[in-house]
Design a protein around this ligand. Structure first.
Ligand code: GCU
Length: 665
C-alpha cells in the first residue's frame, strides 16, 4: 500500500529569512539516536530550504560564537532526560540536551519552526517532558485486521506474518516527531497466533522492528496472553502462584530478551471480557502482575497491567451491580501490593471511552501504585474516523483534573508523570487510530488526534488549541483563513459530536458490537452493564449513595459534588442521577428541552462546519479534500439519524412536546 508522510511531508520555502543558521551541524559525540537526529535535520533542511546542511565534527563540544554559523549539538547534563534547550546566539543555534533523545526531540522542534516559516533568530525555548512513558497501544491482530480500526488494515501484520519495511520507519519517524517513546504493536486481546509472538516464530522480525524503533528512541512492547503457559507451554495451569508456571515465565523471558534485547515489556488484559487471568485460580491481580514482573525484572522490563476488569455478564434487571464501580472495587484494595516494575493502566473514564464520562475515581484512590492513563484516539465511540472529533481538548481536561488524592500535586497529569507520588514508572497510552490507509488515519483530520496525543503528552505547556493550530500549519501550510477555519472546526468538533449523540453523560445508545450509529436501547437489555434506565418519567442511572454508591468513591469534595443532583455538573447529570424529563438544568432548560435543542443544534453545526470547509477547500490538497467530502456527507447523514432517533425516542417516552415545535417523528 502507498503511504503519505502526514505532517512530515515538507514543503519548500522560498522566502525563509534565517537560512544562514542552517548551513551545518556541529556535533561532538554521537550515537544511534543522535545520528537519527542529524539525518532528520539534514533531510528537513534540504527539503524545506534546499540547503545541504553539512555535519562537522566539533571536538570541543561547545558553541563557537561569532566564528562559524551553524547548529551546535551540546550535551548538558543539567537538562532532564528527553528534554532540550534550543537557543540562538549570534549566528549560532544551540541545541542542548541531557541525552540523545533530547537532541532528537529538539531537532523536531526546530524543524517545526521551519515548517511554520517562523524565525529562529531569537529562539530560546526549553522543554523537559514530565510524563516518562508516552505510548501508543495498537489493537492490531496478526491476520491484519484491527480491532476498532477505522483506517484500513494493520501495517504491522498480515496473514500471521510481521511486516518490517520502509513504512515501519515512516511510522517511527511520525511517532518520534511528536515525542512518543513507546508502542505496543498487537491487540490487548491476545489470541491464536498472537500468543506465539513470544516464540521463535517471530523473534527475527520483532528484533528487526525493535531496532528500527530504537533509532527513533521508541521502545517496543507486546501484549501478552496470560494463559501462554498453557497455550504455548503445554502446562495444565496458568496459576500465578504455581512454581511450574512461574519457572515457565522466567525461562520464557530469558529466551525473549535474548532475542529481542530492546523490548520494553508487556501489556496485559487479564480477567476482562473473556480473557484469561488470575481470577480463574482464586488469585489477585497483584499475584498475576507480580509473577510476570519478576520474570522481566532482570531485563529491566515493565509489566503494564490493565484495570479494565468488570463483570460483562450482568443482568439488566440488576440495579445494584454497577460496572462504573468495577475498576475502583477491583484495584483499590490492591494499592501498594504491586512490584515497582508494574504499572496499572487505567482508562480515563470508569466505563469505556464514551463521548463524555467522569474521570475514573481510581486515580484519586491509589497512593502506592504506578499508574498510566489510557485514552482512545481510535474513534470507536466518537464517530469512527468518519466524523470529525478532535479529542485533545477532552484529554487536556482529563490531565488537568484534580483528584483530591492529596492537598497538592493531585491532578491526573501530576499522577501519571510520577510527580504526585514520586514515581518513575508512569505514563500515558492512547489506543491508536492508524491503519494502512495511505493517510494513516482514514479521515485526514483524525491525524490531528495522533499528532495531538503525542504533543500533549510531551509538551506540558501546550494547549489543545495551540496543538490544533500547529498541526494544521505543519500539515497544510500557511494560509491564514485556512488555518483559522480548520483550527476552529477541530476545536468545536468534540462538543458538536456530543450535541447530536447520547445526552448529558449517559453514553452508549449505540448499535451493539460495532458501536456505530444510534440505537437508544441497543445496550439497554444486554449483559454489558451499560444502561440508561429511561422510562416515561425520566432517565439516568442513580449512582449516588441512594443508588449504586459510585459517586461516593471519589475523594471529597468530588464525592459530594457528584452525589447531589444540585451540584452535579449538567454534562454528567444522567451518569450520576436518575431525573425527570422536566428537571431544570443549571443552564435553565429542562432535561427534555436540552435533549431536543442540542440535537437540532448539533446537526446545524455539522452543516456549518461543512460550509466552512468548502470555503477553504482551495488551500487543501485536492486528494485530501476528495477524501474528506464523502466522510463529511456521512457525518451529516448520521448526525440527522442520531437527532431524529434520539428526539423521537424521548418524545414518545415522555409525551412532552418541543417548545420550538420542530419536526420530531
Ligand atoms: C472496549 C472495546 C473492545 C476492547 C476493550 C478493551 O470494550 O469495544 O474492542 O477490547 O474495550 O479495552 O479491552
Amino acid at each position: 500500500m502507498e503511504y503519505e508522510k502526514a505532517w512530515l511531508k515538507y514543503h519548500r520555502l522560498s522566502n525563509y529569512k534565517d537560512c544562514t543558521f542552517f548551513c551545518c551541524i556541529y556535533v561532538r559525540e554521537s550515537d544511534l539516536v543522535i545520528e537519527t537526529a542529524i539525518k532528520e535535520l539534514q533531510l528537513a533542511v534540504k527539503e524545506i530550504l534546499g540547503i545541504d546542511c553539512d555535519r562537522i565534527h566539533n571536538p570541543n563540544g561547545r558553541e563557537e560564537y561569532n566564528m562559524n554559523s551553524g547548529i551546535y549539538f551540546v550535551a548538558d547534563q543539567s537538562i532532564q532526560k528527553e528534554g532540550y534547550h534550543i537557543y540562538a546566539k549570534e549566528q549560532v543555534i544551540v541545541i542542548q540536551a541531557g541525552d540523545s533523545k533530547g537532541f532528537l526531540y529538539g531537532v523536531f522542534e526546530l524543524i517545526r519552526y521551519l515548517q511554520r516559516n517562523q524565525s529562529v533568530r531569537n529562539i530560546d525555548y526549553k522543554m523537559e517532558p514530565d510524563i516518562p512513558y508516552r505510548m501508543l497501544n495498537h489493537w492490531d491482530n496478526l491476520d491484519g485486521s484491527i480491532e476498532r480500526g477505522y483506517a484500513g488494515n494493520s501495517f504491522f501484520f498480515q496473514d500471521n506474518e510481521i511486516m518490517v519495511n520502509e513504512r515501519t520507519r515512516m511510522y517511527a519517524r511520525l511517532l518520534a516527531s511528536v515525542g512518543i517513546n513507546a508502542t505496543v504493536i498487537n491487540n490487548v486481546n491476545v489470541k491464536d497466533c498472537a500468543t506465539d509472538l513470544i516464540s521463535d516464530m517471530y523473534f527475527d522480525k520483532l528484533r528487526a522492528m525493535a531496532s528500527i524503533f530504537k533509532e527513533y528512541g521508541i521502545q517496543l512492547f507486546l501484549s501478552l496472553n496470560f494463559a501462554a503457559p498453557m497455550e504455548l507451554g503445554g502446562l495444565h495451569s496458568a496459576d500465578p502462584l504455581n512454581e511450574e508456571v512461574r519457572t515457565w515465565w522466567k525461562e520464557k523471558m530469558v529466551e525473549v530478551y535474548q532475542n529481542i534485547p530492546n523490548l520494553g515489556g508487556f501489556l496485559i488484559k487479564a480477567d476482562s471480557e473473556g480473557r484469561p487471568g488470575p481470577f480463574t485460580y482464586g488469585r489477585t491481580h497483584a499475584d498475576g502482575a507480580n509473577m510476570l514482573a519478576e520474570a522481566v525484572a532482570p531485563f529491566e522490563g515493565l509489566i503494564i497491567w490493565r484495570c479494565f476488569v468488570y463483570n460483562c455478564q450482568q443482568d439488566w434487571r440488576d440495579k445494584v451491580t454497577d460496572r462504573a464501580r468495577a475498576g475502583y472495587d477491583n484495584f483499590k484494595p490492591l494499592d501498594g501490593k504491586f512490584l515497582d516494575n508494574v504499572i496499572l493502566q487505567i482508562k480515563n473514564g470508569p466505563m469505556d471511552f464514551q463521548v463524555r464520562e467522569p474521570i475514573t475515581p481510581l486515580f484519586g484512590a491509589l497512593h502506592h501504585t504506578n499508574q498510566m492513563l489510557e485514552v482512545q484516539i481510535a474513534q470507536e465511540y466518537t464517530g469512527q474516523q468518519k466524523h470529525i472529533c478532535y479529542l485533545i481538548p477532552m484529554f487536556e481536561q482529563i490531565l488537568q483534573f484534580h483528584t483530591y488524592l492529596q492537598d497538592q500535586k493531585d491532578t491526573i497529569r501530576e499522577i501519571i508523570s510520577g510527580q504526585a507520588l514520586n514515581q518513575k514508572n508512569c505514563g500515558i497510552a492512547a489506543v491508536a487510530n492508524t491503519g494502512n490507509d495511505s493517510n494513516w488515519t482514514g479521515h485526514d483530520l483524525a491525524a490531528a488526534n495522533l499528532y495531538g496525543f503525542g504533543r500533549l503528552a510531551y509538551q506540558k505547556d501546550c494547549t489543545a488549541e495551540d496543538i490544533a493550530r500547529e498541526w494544521v500549519e505543519v500539515t497544510f501550510g500557511s494560509n491564514k483563513e485556512m488555518i483559522t477555519t480548520i483550527t476552529d472546526i477541530l476545536m468545536r468538533s468534540w462538543p458538536i459530536y456530543e450535541q447530536y449523540t447520547a445526552p448529558l453523560g449517559i453514553g452508549w445508545m449505540v448499535n451493539p458490537n460495532h458501536h456505530y450509529g444510534p440505537n437508544v436501547d441497543g445496550y439497554e437489555y444486554d449483559r454489558w452493564g451499560t444502561y440508561h434506565r429511561a422510562d416515561h418519567l425520566g432517565i439516568g442511572v442513580d449512582r449516588s449513595e441512594r443508588g449504586t454508591g459510585y459517586a461516593i468513591t471519589y475523594q471529597e469534595p468530588l464525592a459530594s459534588t457528584y452525589n447531589s443532583v444540585e451540584t452535579c455538573p449538567d454534562e454528567l447529570l444522567l451518569f450520576f442521577h436518575h431525573v425527570s424529563y422536566t428537571h431544570i438544568l443549571k443552564s435553565g432548560k429542562s432535561v427534555i428541552q436540552h435533549i431536543y435543542d442540542t440535537h437540532f443544534d448539533g446537526v446545524e453545526n455539522v452543516e456549518n462546519m461543512m460550509k466552512a470547509l468548502d470555503k477553504i477547500k482551495e488551500y487543501l490538497p485536492l486528494a485530501v479534500y476528495n477524501r474528506m467530502v464523502p466522510r463529511l456527507e456521512e457525518q451529516l447523514r448520521l448526525a440527522k439519524e442520531w437527532r431524529d432517533q434520539i428526539n423521537t425516542y424521548f418524545y414518545r417516552k415522555s409525551g412532552i412536546i418541543d417548545t420550538k415545535n420542530r419536526t420530531i417523528y
